[in-house]
Design a protein around this ligand. Structure first.
Ligand SMILES: [Mg+2]
Length: 316
């Protein structure tokens, strides 16, 4: 089965002129874009954790997500996605069907963002579907967005809206690749992270790396309608705002910028002068201050400690 699958895959993927050797050989040979640094990331999706267990998942949607979550990581570094390799452990039963639809979804998402699939590995086993993508991108030297660069006095911005992604958005990830490129072209960003495990948790990671604290204006947090619906369906699991802070898998960008840069960006966004901007909202949610930890400020001005809630991949 494997050779037939690989032959099909090679013919589907085709040749990308950016590479000397693409899919189908022992390894790919790339030509790095001149004058740029290489960005490299990887992300694994497991059946029952990152998508529903069989038969509850659509392999094409899983394929799209596997590429999209890596695109989100490249975007969060201000990188331009270039190419990817894919490893798949297919379930023995029904693996051919799953594999073909999975790869079709991957190709669809990769083509949408100009990413070449340059290789991979396929195996089958008695376990569930596991898929891993490693992605290469490129970035202008000195213009990379790290998570440890936030500074006291910075303004915190977030793209899109958060919370309730389990209602379906977690399988329809919209990586903010274009938004990241346009922002990087216009302003200096001190620090950035993509929201994979939860706004509060990923913000705490940025602050910890940067050695700073933050004040978050709770009333300004962009709450997705899915978070409102989820909170109404299960009121014991927190308010819509709690869900926006802690649900995760939003794959929005969280940015820390000097106030003047944030103002410039927000004005351009508001006046629609960011040519090619996909229509994603952009919201100021707070500021970076000296110290450690996070404080939530309610609409009435009351302050409370904001716990770094989110999704933790526990093991022991
Ligand atoms: Mg990330």
């Amino acid at each position: 089965m494997e050779q037939r699958f690989i032959d099909w895959l090679v013919s589907e993927v085709g040749v990308d002129p950016r590479n000397d050797v693409g899919i189908g050989d022992d390894a790919a040979v790339m030509r790095p874009p001149a004058g740029r640094r290489t960005v490299l990331c990887t992300d694994m999706l497991c059946e029952g954790v990152h998508f529903p267990a069989s038969p509850g998942y659509d392999p094409r949607a899983v394929g799209r997500k596997a590429i999209a979550v890596n695109l989100s990581d490249v975007a969060a570094m201000a990188g331009r996605p270039e190419s990817a390799v894919v490893s798949v452990a297919l379930p023995r039963r029904g693996g051919q069907h799953v594999g073909e639809h999975l790869l079709a979804g991957m190709l669809e998402e990769a083509r949408r963002f100009g990413v070449a699939l340059v290789g991979g590995d396929t195996t089958s086993w008695d376990g569930p579907l596991v898929v891993n993508v490693a992605m290469l991108g490129s970035v202008v030297p000195g213009r990379v967005w790290r998570r440890d660069g936030a500074r006291e006095g910075d303004v915190l911005l977030v793209t899109g809206a958060c919370g309730g992604s389990l209602l379906g958005r977690h399988l329809a990830v919209q990586p903010r690749v274009t938004e990241a490129r346009l922002i990087a072209e216009m302003v200096t960003v001190h620090a950035a992270i993509d929201i994979s495990d939860g706004l509060a948790l990923d913000l705490s990671r940025m602050l910890e790396a940067s050695g700073c604290a933050a004040e978050v204006d709770l009333a300004l947090i962009p709450i997705h309608p899915d978070a409102v619906a989820a909170a109404e369906a299960e009121p014991t699991k927190g308010t819509a705002c709690d869900r926006a802070l802690g649900d995760g898998e939003d794959f929005e960008l969280l940015l820390s910028l000097a106030p003047a840069e944030a103002e410039k960006l927000l004005a351009a966004h508001e006046h629609g002068t960011l040519a090619g901007w996909p229509g994603t909202s952009l919201t100021e949610i707070g500021r970076v201050v000296a110290g450690r930890g996070m404080v939530g400020i309610a609409e009435d001005g009351s302050r409370s400690v904001l716990p770094p809630r989110g999704y933790l991949h526990a093991f022991n």
